[in-house]
Design a binder for this molecule. Sequence first.
Ligand SMILES: Cc1ncc(COP(=O)(O)O)c(C=O)c1O
Length: 418
Amino acid sequence: MQTHDAECLHFHDITHAVSALGDGPLTENALRSHIHPLFSRVMERQEIYLSNHSLGRPLDRVSDDVARFASLWQRDMDSAWGAWLAEIHAFRAMLARVIGVSSPDAVVPKTSAGQGLRAVLNALPPSRSGGPHQIVATRAEFDSIDFILKTYQTKGHVEIRWVETRDGLVHEDDVIRAIGSRTDLVVVSHVVFATGQLLDRVGDIVSAAHAAGALCLVDMYHSAGVVPLDMQSMGADFAIGGSYKYFRGGPGAGWLAIHPRHLATEQPTLRTLDTGWFAKKDTFGFARTETPLLASGGDAWMECTPSPISAYQANAGIALVLALGVDRLRAYSIVQQSFLASDLAEFGVPVRLIEPRGAFLLVPSRDAARLTAELKQAGLSTDARGAHVRLCPDILNTRADLRQASQTIARVRSTTGL
Ligand SMILES: Cc1ncc(COP(=O)(O)O)c(C=O)c1O
């Protein structure tokens, strides 16, 4: 498949708009002239949107892309599969570039990040303890991950050694100390969902897992598309993530990435129970060998009939991230976060700035959920986790937005006492 050409042609409007920005750092003026027009529909909303870490704002063209999926179906019926599979291939190829894996097949579409975790749990080789698999995970993993692990534990499939946070933070050395000679799998987030803490020593955790003979899965939901990533040099065996935040691709377009070192052989040692006919060698040959024969490489991790519409929904946003470049997005996010932090401080709003962190910052509150609801009434979209309101500016927020948001937060805090 001529993916690269297909990507370029397919996302011509995006590459054209981004090339008008020039090669230098992103600036508000240039973004307003060339990129904001690609979002005219969502920009009509009458509120300041700082929930970009929760549900990313979609490009206008997402409606057309999803309609394209449907018109191919109506026009071509079963001949639509060629275009549909090409779209799925583009999804895998673009994400592989964003997270730094060498081959597109290393990225496997999933409906959610949690589905990716389950595929890994269902692929672990026999446990080293002889009993349930021994997992090390932190208390700071996202609810979906936490819930799946606890469910596996309740069923007796795994035993979990939980690493507690201290001062609300994950300490890499605590995770490393929890890894033992019987650990089978370590599960850790690269950026913590509740606080935005970036584990810049996640590579040390991966190395410690490997030194102990364990595998390591890194949840990249809050780091992919936000911080420059190179999964292969990080060494993680698995990564999970999805599209509905920073890739602006809506729900349903999650992914699991497998380090190419586990994909080298035709009948690999790691094979998952989460399988189906798209993981078969020669899916459309319809051969039924008594021993299941797997496709080569990452395709062995595919499962049943995949969902093309998720790729149509997500690909434009991923193409935009690639075209803008994660380096430039990261630099711009840091500048915006520092503007926001200083505006908040100027208006007397307390800010918790965790260093290093991902794309959002925190405002502590004695009732963060209620404060969020009050802010929504006042025309500012945010959300809350625990004792903090999370605020995430992005390329569609202007400097004026950030100032107005800070003023609104100060006013609402003083009128409500929250
Ligand atoms: C760190 C992290 N992982 C995973 C998810 C989503 O998990 P799932 O796709 O299984 O619902 C989120 C969503 O907020 C998240 O923040």
